[in-house]
Design a protein around this ligand. Structure first.
Ligand SMILES: [Zn+2]
Length: 211
């Protein structure tokens, strides 16, 4: 079971995705500047907050919060700030946010899907891989998924805010899973061949650095 809550970590409101499970390992990792936490059914949110405060220092949390991805009429698109409008008033959503693209009012979600499809084809050619269907969706605990058997790659829509280089690092990572369905040494060898600075780019993504 999964649940999304907002916890006050060092007095910063941080969205946390919780995966309830009975496993003993308490894994914490950062994704999209969000914390994905595993906890047991019996743990309280307060104890989770205390644990997260111990693991993530104040400056880490500050780093995550440095760049807002969208503010009122502006939104980061592929690492650049763009003016945007909304088809529905209220909170930000990818399907109601519109940008001006090549002189045409375009929905952010459609724009991104279009961008990804084109870029993916270029990368597939570069890596001599077959065509993959691409889907975007709201994801919290990872940036991408490769359903190798279906030749389908799913990308988190939040990635639209980041630079093309950072997006590439995610797409190449997922395509490398066509060669290895794990994160072994061999996987990283091939990943670094196609994306030599993946470590720097992935770190930026983790801390919400747009470019
Ligand atoms: Zn992976």
């Amino acid at each position: 079971m999964k649940r999304l809550v907002t916890l006050n970590i060092h007095n910063y409101p941080i969205p946390v995705e919780i995966n309830y499970s009975n496993i003993k390992t308490k894994r914490f990792y950062l994704a999209y500047g969000m914390i994905c936490a595993r906890m047991r059914d019996t743990d309280s949110l307060l104890s989770l907050q205390e644990r997260l405060e111990r693991i993530f220092k104040v400056n880490t949390i500050e780093k995550i919060n440095r760049t807002p991805l969208h503010v009122s009429d502006f939104v980061y698109v592929l690492g650049n700030i763009e003016k945007c409008s909304y088809s529905k008033k209220g909170t930000f959503s990818y399907s109601t946010c519109y940008i001006n693209y090549l002189g045409k009012k375009t929905n952010l979600k459609d724009f991104f899907l279009n961008y990804l499809a084109k870029r993916m084809e270029e990368l597939e050619n570069m890596m001599s891989l077959p065509h993959h269907n691409i889907r975007i969706k709201d994801m919290y605990s990872c940036y991408g998924l490769n359903y190798v058997n279906r030749k389908e790659i799913v990308i988190g829509q939040k990635l639209v805010h980041f630079s093309k280089e950072i997006i590439d690092s995610v797409l190449i990572h997922e395509l490398c899973h066509d060669f290895y369905q794990n994160h072994s040494k061999e996987f990283y060898n091939i990943y670094s061949k196609y994306c030599p600075n993946f470590r720097i780019l992935q770190k930026k993504l983790t801390y919400g650095e747009i470019r």
